[in-house]
Design a protein around this ligand. Structure first.
Ligand SMILES: [Zn+2]
Ligand SMILES: [Zn+2]
Ligand SMILES: [Zn+2]
Length: 241
């Protein structure tokens, strides 16, 4: 399905974070139909309709990451306290989640319409960004005294806590080597998922028999209705019995 058709068939959503029109990004999901995710580059967040996040294949995660990596953020204001669901305008609930010991947050519609996730939280969920350990913090402190909070944008002094004094988020970084590894991992998972299963040993032998017989006696098996594979098999069998 071409991306434009998918976008045209669907209403443009209003971003819960900044009220801008969201942009549809079509993610291929072989063998399922492509998935349309709504993103807002202005406030760097995405909207997934109910269950869409469960349906993200490894390839779709890679495509979404590329869309995020290519987007240019505007100077981001902190979100208002209440963000409206783009489907029903009910205030979204801030939700804490944890997956493989990684904590992340998103805003969820309590009527099940979906969830609004800042890019940074998506990157966190997929392990593209991570917190720093004590040793890393100590080395970083030698060259940096204050960092920008990934969650709220506030200044975070790199003291012993290394926690945002405004929103409590830990200091996090995007480690390019780790991202490359994570992407390679996802690519391998996608390849495994979409690969044609290898032929069984029996299937290989059966087709090799057809090839061999055709090479020897092709004309005998040919008729106006095509090659008679049963007669071919019988003949090959006779030489085995
Ligand atoms: Zn927005
Ligand atoms: Zn809703
Ligand atoms: Zn913060």
């Amino acid at each position: 399905m071409p991306a434009d058709d998918a976008v045209g068939a669907r209403a443009v959503l209003t971003c819960p974070g900044c009220s801008a029109a969201m942009r549809g990004v079509t993610l291929a999901r072989e063998p399922m139909t492509p998935l349309l995710v709504d993103v807002c580059d202005d406030c760097q967040a995405l909207w997934l309709d109910a269950n869409e996040s469960q349906q993200l294949t490894p390839g779709a995660v890679i495509a979404l990451f590329r869309a995020i990596a290519a987007s240019e953020p505007k100077e981001r204001a902190a979100y208002r306290a209440l963000l409206p669901c783009p489907r029903c305008t009910t205030a979204l609930s801030l939700t804490q989640d944890i997956q493989h010991s990684t904590r992340f947050t998103y805003y969820r519609c309590r009527y099940g319409h979906g969830r609004f996730t800042p890019y940074v939280q998506f990157l966190r969920e997929k392990n593209f960004i991570r917190t720093l350990d004590a040793q890393e913090l100590a080395r970083l402190r030698a060259v940096v005294s204050t960092v920008r909070c990934v969650s709220c944008g506030g200044p975070v002094p790199l003291d012993r806590n290394a926690v945002c004094p405004y929103c409590g988020a830990p200091v996090m970084l995007l480690d390019p080597e780790a991202v490359k590894k994570a992407l390679d991992h996802l690519e391998a998972a996608e390849d495994r998922r979409t690969a044609t299963p290898p032929m069984s040993g029996d299937a290989v032998i059966a087709i090799a028999t057809v090839e061999r017989e055709l090479e020897k006696n092709r004309r005998e098996y040919e008729s106006e209705h095509g090659i008679d594979l049963v007669a071919l098999g019988m003949r090959a069998l006779r030489s085995l019995l």
